[in-house]
Design a protein around this ligand. Structure first.
Ligand SMILES: [Zn+2]
Length: 481
């Protein structure tokens, strides 16, 4: 038994059932009804949005033999209608400009166009991918477009309107085909599966619709692919096995794990995305974009126009948006953006991405720097009291402020923590002396303390005799006190 692909089996029969391009269908129908049919049409839009289908439907409307004039509701049963639907009609000539780019092809066309149609009212030329024509061919076409015989109509289709000369565009009635919405595609798929007697779930339909990226043709071929595996039922499991991963869904799932503080689950989702061929920086970029969408929904409300989301997925996004607060979004976006920039140059890029995801999931376990500092600051005097006094008069103070400055170089350090490296003013020294930790230390040593040095945690060398020029760590020297 032969299998007819869905796109062919369920193709639109008239302009009335053209899916997803209703405004264009309405305009064309009105033109036919009013008898004002232009001699040149230009259909533009991305692939799979119905340009060629519309061209054939228009041709059927113009050439249907059932009545004595063009009709928006062709019979679909006459010789013309049947042949046009197959793309084999004698009077409706389909030309693929990609393989007929030359001037000779168009000259042949012009000569043939002079003869009246063999059977129907009009000789209709459907030129697909018209932007592929050579400049000479466009010039030849232009002459015919300017003054075509009354019995000739042109329907030009292109995915790249910017490559079509303005002189050609201006001689045609232009129709911009839009990408078909997820809702519309999903509803059409559902309708088809009902006819086919195949059970399915809404999530499957939506995922196929999303993967099709606005192209009904792609959606139908994906469905063909699924049906050849699935038999009588299309499940999400089957989808996972057969179809490419829908990356935005996997990222949404990863962030749900993050919200649940489930690091293992989040990492598994990272693996799922990357295993399906996603690159690391693209993964980070998509995550940042996803987080931005959530943040705007969270802050500006579900109806915000700042983001362009199909209504079909908006509800899911709104639910997820409530799972984090504004500060967390800001943190996660800057983290992932930092990671995105790093992964390009790092040899441990995968580990960096994984670590960032773990960090987001377990953010509560990673106290922020300010909290750590205040804990250290409050703990430091007690520790100093219980610790044995140092044997020498010189003591290295691992005071909290330098740690803070060293650990977090991206923000301006608090005043006592960041004396200038190159020079230590008396004001700086005074500030250091006002530090409660140092005051406490001075009390402990009862004026014996001669030198206070601030060093970075990485500095392991003994005290530098000239600490103010020590590049390894900021240091302050304080003389006899
Ligand atoms: Zn007909």
């Amino acid at each position: 038994m032969s299998y007819t692909v869905l796109a062919r089996k369920y193709r639109s029969l008239t302009l009335d059932d053209l899916v997803g391009q209703e405004p264009i269908a309405t305009t064309l129908k009105n033109a036919i009804l009013s008898g004002r049919v232009h001699h040149g049409f230009l259909f533009t839009g991305t692939r799979g949005v119905g340009k060629t289908s519309s061209a054939r439907l228009l041709a059927k409307s113009l050439n249907c033999l059932d009545g004595d004039q063009p009709t928006p509701t062709p019979c679909c049963a006459c010789e013309s209608c049947i042949r046009i639907a197959e793309g084999e009609d004698i009077d409706v000539i389909e030309i693929d400009a990609a393989s007929n780019t030359g001037v000779d092809n168009i000259r042949d066309l012009r000569e043939a166009a002079a003869y009246r149609p063999a059977r129907a009212r009009f000789k209709i030329y459907i030129i697909d991918e018209v932007h592929m024509l050579s400049p000479g061919a466009f010039n030849a076409l232009l002459k015919t477009l300017e003054e075509p015989p009354d019995h000739v109509k042109f329907i030009l289709a292109t995915t790249e309107i910017h490559k079509v000369p303005a002189t050609v565009v201006s001689r045609c009635q232009r129709f911009d085909f839009r990408s078909i919405g997820i809702d519309v595609i999903a509803a059409h798929l559902e309708h088809i599966l009902e006819q086919e007697g195949v059970e399915t779930e809404q999530t499957v339909l939506r995922r196929v619709a999303r993967l099709a990226n606005g192209s009904m043709r792609d959606a139908l071929s994906l469905l063909d692919q699924l049906l050849s595996f699935g038999g009588g039922k299309l499940s999400t499991e089957l989808l996972d096995d057969v179809l490419p991963v829908a990356h935005d869904e996997v990222i949404a799932a990863m962030l749900d794990h993050v919200a649940d503080e489930d690091a293992a689950g989040a990492l598994a989702r990272v693996e799922q995305s990357l295993a399906s061929g996603q690159t690391l920086d693209r993964y980070c970029e998509m995550t940042v974009n996803h987080l931005r969408t959530l943040m705007l929904l969270n802050l500006c409300g579900a109806d915000t126009e700042l983001i362009d989301l199909p209504s079909s997925v908006r509800d899911q996004f709104v639910i997820q948006a409530a799972r984090f607060d504004a500060a967390t979004y800001v943190y996660m976006i800057s983290l992932m953006e930092e990671v995105r920039r790093t992964v390009k140059s790092s040899i441990a890029s995968r580990a960096i991405v994984d670590a960032a995801v773990v960090r987001m999931a377990l953010a509560k376990n990673f106290s922020n720097i300010d909290e750590l500092i205040s804990k250290l600051e409050s703990a430091a005097p007690e520790q100093a009291q219980s610790a044995p006094p140092p044997r020498t008069a010189q003591r290295r103070m691992a005071a909290p402020p330098p740690q803070r400055a060293a650990a977090d170089t991206t923000r301006p350090a608090p005043v006592p923590a960041a004396p200038s490296r190159s020079s230590v003013s008396s004001e700086d020294k005074a500030k250091v002396l006002r530090d409660p930790n140092i005051e406490h230390a001075m009390d402990l040593f009862d004026g014996v303390l001669q030198n206070v040095q601030r060093v970075s945690p990485s500095a392991t060398q003994p005290d530098d005799p000239n600490p103010t020029t020590d590049a390894a760590g900021d240091a302050l020297a304080e003389g006899d006190n």
